[in-house]
Design a protein around this ligand. Structure first.
Ligand code: PXG
Length: 451
């Protein structure tokens, strides 16, 4: 099938003209640069993307951290197709369809014990804002309506909706859009002394104590929840210091503060288990999922909530016909999204892909850390099938170098992500060792070539 796809592309798809490119306002993209030098992706298969010249490009970020089981999986396409021909849409409010219930049960089973209820959204950003609303409403129901403040963390990324940017720790994503919710940020655990750590870094546990200081400043009776990514993704691939997440959990418990894990990137295989919560043995009160949930094929997110949270809403004492949570989306639990997600969970389980990631992560780590000593490289970080290279900033233009690296990689036939001072890698869970080798070798060559 593969050569046929390439033939079709060559024959039927001329490059778009500048005029044809113009009307699309692209997200999180340098629109002017892209339209001057387009990188058009027209097909995909397994660990490869195909551009509009029919060139195969190795996908080093699983799309945008979402296509871990590989592109164009037949099982997902068939499940989606069958669902579309059976039930394309069912009203999400006041009616149900079997797929959403089946998916909720599957997610309950694969997330840590205690996260028993699934609320569906269409993206990670919506999952985050849903989680924040859930947390505030929960405390209100418990008679503690003063608990409204959220604590996030520097370098955190929690999507782009107003709640998410309020708790996020990437200034450029919030400054143009303020004022936002009142929040406070913990410091990032990215410490110079941890540079070139393999996996979990040794230093930084004491940074969890900042939460104690924030509680002293604002009062536990004003704080609804703490939200963190167990392993920071977009903010630079930052694994947590040894013991850090456990300590956050303990402080939250002592102070009646909810702990939210944003597992939009870390969930469903990337960390070598179904969730990062499982890897670290720390169970949050609320967990967000998206991206890998449908392998990127259909937009979908989920919020997993603990039984006490769900029960607080159910036992609020209102008549049965009234809504317990005034929140939801037209496409919450969309039948096609649920069908895709169920197919993805089957693949993850049947092919034991989280286990594969756990096993191969060591190989990836070894190969990636061989880059140590390459020009411009300030740090290498990794966890599971996620890796980050931090580059020394160019004078006067600190984000230029990662951009240059990513563009040169693209022209060599490799897709990696650039942002800030970071090159990020998020390998597909099915990537073979020789493919990892070629990706990292190409990165080494590009770093050598740079000024
Ligand atoms: N939480 C986390 C932890 C994320 O990484 C979101 C929420 C928002 O998800 P949606 O589906 O609304 O985009 C994300 C998204 C990158 C990159 O290159 C990361 C994301 C999105 C796009 C690019 O690191 N993360």
């Amino acid at each position: 099938m593969w050569p046929l796809v390439l033939e079709m592309i060559r024959m039927d798809r001329p490059h778009l003209t500048r005029e044809e490119l113009e009307p699309y306002w692209m997200p999180f993209t340098g629109n002017r640069q892209f339209k001057a030098d387009p990188r058009m992706i027209v097909a995909s298969e397994g660990v490869f993307l195909v551009d509009d010249s029919g060139r195969r490009v190795l996908d080093g970020l699983s799309g945008l951290w979402c296509c871990g089981v590989g592109h164009n999986r037949r099982e997902i396409a068939e499940a989606v197709n069958a669902q579309l021909q059976t039930l394309d849409y069912a009203p999400a409010f006041q009616f149900g369809h079997p797929g959403a219930f089946a998916l909720a049960s599957r997610l309950k089973a694969i997330t840590p014990v205690g996260l028993d209820y699934a609320f569906f959204t269409n993206s990670g950003s919506e999952a985050v804002d849903t989680a924040l609303k859930m947390a505030r409403a929960y405390w209100r129901l418990r008679g503690k309506s003063g608990k409204t403040r959220f604590i996030g963390r520097a370098r955190g990324y929690h999507g782009v909706n107003y709640g998410g940017v309020s708790v996020g720790g990437i200034p450029a994503n919030v400054e143009p859009f303020g004022p936002v919710l009142e929040t406070a940020l913990l410091s990032s655990t990215l410490l110079p002394e941890n540079a070139f750590s393999r996996g979990i870094p040794a230093a930084g546990l004491e940074l969890a104590e900042e939460l104690i200081a924030l509680i002293a400043r604002f009062g536990a009776d004003q704080i609804a929840a703490v939200i963190v990514e167990p392993v920071v993704g977009s903010g630079g691939v930052v694994p947590p210091p040894l013991g850090y997440l456990e300590r956050l959990r303990a402080i939250c418990d002592e102070n009646e503060i909810l702990l939210i894990f944003d597992e939009v990137i870390t969930g469903l295989g990337r960390c070598g288990a179904m969730t990062a919560a499982e890897v670290f043995g720390v169970v949050p009160d609320i967990m967000t999922l998206a991206k890998q949930l449908t392998n990127g094929a259909i937009p979908m997110g989920a919020v997993m909530a603990s039984a006490p949270i769900y029960e607080a809403f159910m036992n609020a004492g209102a008549p049965q016909h009234l809504l317990e949570f005034n929140h939801g989306y037209t496409y919450s639990g969309h039948p096609v999204g649920c069908a895709a997600a169920l197919a993805v969970l089957d693949i993850l389980e049947q092919e034991a892909l989280p286990q594969r990631v756990a096993k191969e992560a060591m190989y990836f780590e070894d190969v990636l850390h061989e880059l140590k000593g390459a020009p411009h490289l300030r740090d290498i970080r990794n966890f599971g099938f996620a890796g980050g290279l931090q580059l020394a900033p160019m004078e006067g233009d600190p984000t230029r170098r990662p951009f240059e690296v990513a563009m040169r990689m693209w022209h060599k036939g490799f897709y990696v992500r650039y942002g800030g001072d970071i090159i990020a890698l998020g390998l597909p869970f099915i990537m073979e060792r020789n493919e990892i080798d070629s990706l990292v070798t190409a990165l080494g060559e590009v770093l050598d070539e740079l000024d």
